[in-house]
Design a protein. Structure first.
Length: 373
């Protein structure tokens, strides 16, 4: 079992992390925020141990820091599950991947990263993040405070994490607490590299990944019907994206469309995360459930239809003027904010999203872009 959504690691994080952070906090004395205007190359550490979508949002914070401190040396402390995204973040100087399965050895290594002027923790709930922050040597430490998480005791500035704000605004509040002014950047991964020949294609991303997959999935039968309608109206090819673990599932639905005479291709696991920026950007439309690829598509400016169910659009909607959201607006929606809270076993919120609802949004986007050309 991997690090992400490992139930044992989550239990340890809660039952060991809560008393540990509280105990460590008893010896903590809040420090004032340093004035960095006179520091030639301020060293700033960012902690983000999950996940791809969160890390894409974090990229905007790197741009904000660079705007104020162009010469800053920025280090990201991540984990295995978001390492691939961290490696391609523009504007960072170094990264360290914390091994969740070897916490003591990883914590021991944290000290070797050296002294930081600022340490900013962007994790809203993991106690391991705050333990990493405690171990790190930094003049000023900022982190989130949420009810019942018991993780904020070791920070010099404690920022309220709100379910009523989009996550990018929660992140901006971390920077504000470190006296870093906000310009208003959003994630931007646009590229001039075009990896595929110029063709009319759309990208479907079916696989949420992470916790609460069932609550964020749209039925395969709807994807099949949507693919048929797109081909019938626009003559477009359908690309099914996903990670290596999704390759077999994507292959099945690709074959089903092909059997219905629709040109389709399984690209799950074919491209690196960096290469996917190009694949997404040069699509005519991307249709995705709420997951990292949805945020990635928003960050390259492609027309995007984002299907939301259990997740909050206010918290996790796509950050793009070229994106639209489809959701069913049933009374119990949303039931997920942090990513794992829902006990729902019958996600009717996704089931109530119809093909016609999605197709209507696709049509509007294509009309704005003058269709396929």
């Amino acid at each position: 079992m991997g690090e992400r959504n490992n139930p044992l690691l989550k239990k340890l994080d809660k039952w060991v992390g809560c008393p540990l952070t509280f105990g460590l906090g008893l010896f903590h004395r809040d420090q004032p925020c340093p004035v960095l205007s006179g520091v030639q190359k301020p060293r700033i550490a960012l902690i983000k141990t999950a996940a791809v979508g969160d890390t894409i949002v974090l990229s905007a914070m790197v741009r904000e820091i660079r705007h104020t401190y162009p010469e800053a040396i920025i280090t990201v402390i991540c984990s295995k599950n978001n390492l691939a995204m961290v490696k391609i973040l523009p504007g960072i100087d170094a990264y360290y991947s914390f091994e969740m399965k070897k916490p003591l050895a990883s914590l021991h290594h944290i000290k070797s990263l050296g002294r930081f002027d600022l340490l900013l923790d962007f994790g809203p709930w993991p106690r391991i993040n705050s333990i990493i922050a405690w171990k790190a040597d930094a003049a000023f430490k900022v982190g989130f405070k949420r009810p019942d998480t018991h993780r904020h005791y070791i920070y010099d500035a404690k920022v309220i994490h709100s379910d009523k704000l989009h996550e990018i605004e929660n992140y901006r509040n971390i920077l504000r607490a470190a006296q870093i002014p906000i310009v208003g950047y959003i994630p931007d991964f646009r590229t001039e590299e075009q990896l595929r020949p110029q063709e009319n294609y759309v990208v479907f991303h079916l696989y949420p990944g992470g916790a609460m997959e069932m609550q964020r999935s749209w039925p395969n039968s709807r994807w099949l019907e949507l693919g048929k309608q797109l081909y019938r109206h626009y003559g477009t090819k359908i690309l099914f994206s996903g990670g290596p673990a999704d390759k077999e599932k994507a292959g099945i639905i690709t074959s089903q469309l092909q059997q219905n005479g629709v040109p389709a291709e399984n690209i799950a696991g074919m491209y690196s995360l960096k290469e996917m920026a190009s694949i997404l950007q040069y699509a005519k439309v991307v249709v995705s459930v709420n997951t990292g690829i949805m945020h990635y598509a928003a960050a390259v400016g492609v027309p995007l239809v984002a299907i939301h169910g259990a997740t909050s659009v206010a918290r996790w909607g796509p950050l793009s003027e070229h994106a639209v959201v489809v959701k069913s607006d049933i009374p119990c929606q949303p039931c997920i904010s942090l990513g794992f809270e829902s006990n729902c076993t019958n996600p009717v919120c996704m089931d109530k999203v119809t093909v016609d609802m999605v197709m209507d949004k696709v049509n509007h986007l294509l009309e704005d872009k003058n269709g396929f050309s």
